[in-house]
Write a protein that binds this ligand. Structure first.
Ligand SMILES: Nc1ncnc2c1ncn2[C@@H]1O[C@H](COP(=O)(O)OP(=O)(O)OP(=O)(O)O)[C@@H](O)[C@H]1O
Ligand SMILES: [Mg+2]
Length: 349
């Protein structure tokens, strides 16, 4: 079955029996539950990818955004044939992930941290090995390696062993493989997780080049909202294995009204106020805070309101009763995190 899309999934589903984390909070209760289930011979079933239907156009920069355990990596593993689906299928670069698994693998590069790195070979040898696996001529491969190492500011690392590289450099080396072999589709699983802002920036710039100049379709998972907004043409939000919304970042943000987001700059705020503030009105969906100075309790508090209701006075009254000093309160433009909260009623992290 040929398809005009780079990726198309049909009811794609994958479950796991056995382990599975939900939340680290209350882990002792979870452990008790697991032991009880084991004694009874029951095994927990996690539907990691739940009847997913997606279409990704050729050349598109597509993002899959969701919290920990939402099913992002499992979806990528299904689409790169590292896992086999329980139900449904997907067509990747025109090949069925159930029937044409070799061709699916040859159509895409998967960049996932240091996976696939040969730690006893230098950076250049790693890249050359990868190029040869994809049938590249050695001369062409070496030219591309020189070019990509230059672009990624890694020329001086060409003859180093991966052991000596930082995690950012390792990630860059993995990305260089996608440039080298130029497969039509590149899968990136959380490409900037845990990296410092400068490295994350250069990785984003490089990935934009892969998409813009080489026309590679990018399928990227992330739980950084800003990263999705900066890079993606379209984003699918995934929660508990299900796609809850798809659209361009601006289309998704249009789903939430500015009047539903109230931001308050406050001094004297402390963590214990979170629960009390949530109780102020039943139309409050969630509260998110960013503490700028814990010593004086300088914080930016974002109140996500369910309906179009003005609860500013109640919220300010609560904060004043708690002896907080309110600097300002105003309605803000929604972000993708606000979209996630509006759709699921919970925060991303
Ligand atoms: N091999 C496995 N065995 C059992 N459960 C699994 C396995 N792999 C994933 N899971 C479960 O499937 C769900 C989805 O996991 P997945 O790794 O796809 O999430 P994720 O969105 O990539 O999360 P993260 O942001 O933490 O990487 C989780 O509940 C996880 O515990
Ligand atoms: Mg993951």
């Amino acid at each position: 079955m040929r398809s005009s899309y780079a990726i198309q999934t049909f009811n794609l589903t994958k479950s796991f029996k056995g382990k599975g984390y939900e939340d680290w909070r209350g882990w002792t209760d979870q452990l008790t539950e697991i032991v009880k289930r084991r004694v009874k011979g029951e095994r927990k079933v996690t539907v990691a990818v739940d009847h997913v239907d997606l279409k990704v156009a050729s050349g598109e920069f597509f993002g899959i955004l969701g919290p920990n355990g939402a099913g992002k990596t499992t979806l990528i593993k299904l689409l790169t044939c590292l896992l086999y689906p329980d139900e449904g299928t997907a067509i990747v670069n025109g090949y069925d992930i159930r029937k044409d698994r070799k061709m699916v693998k040859a159509s895409s590069s998967l960049i996932c941290g240091w996976w696939g790195t040969l730690f006893n070979r230098t950076v250049r040898q790693n890249l050359l090995f990868c190029g040869k696996m994809f049938g590249l001529d050695e001369k062409v491969a070496n030219e591309r390696i020189d070019l990509v190492l230059e672009v990624l500011s890694m020329k001086d690392k060409a003859d180093e062993l991966p052991w000596h590289l930082s995690s950012g450099m390792l990630q860059k080396m993995s990305l260089a493989k996608a440039f080298l072999v130029r497969t039509p589709i590149v899968f990136l699983d959380e490409p900037t997780i845990g990296l410092d802002p400068n490295v994350a920036y250069s990785i984003r710039e490089f990935v934009k080049k892969l998409n813009g100049e080489l026309g590679q379709t990018i399928f990227m998972s992330t739980h950084y909202m800003l990263e999705a907004e900066l890079l993606c043409d379209r984003v699918a939000i995934i929660n508990e294995g299900k796609i809850v919304a798809i659209g361009s970042p601006s289309e998704l943000k249009e789903r939430v009204k500015k009047s539903n987001i109230l931001e308050i700059k406050v001094i004297g705020y402390y963590d214990a106020l979170h629960d009390g503030l949530k109780e102020v009105s039943s139309s409050i969906l969630e509260i998110t805070e960013s503490i700028e100075d814990p010593v004086i309790g300088k914080a930016s508090v974002r109140v996500h309101v369910k309906e179009h209701e003005n609860i500013t006075q109640e919220v300010l009254g609560f904060l004043e009763d708690a002896r907080c000093q309110v600097r300002y309160a105003k309605n803000m433009e929604p972000t993708l995190e606000d979209v996630f909260i509006a759709l699921t009623g919970k925060r991303m992290e």
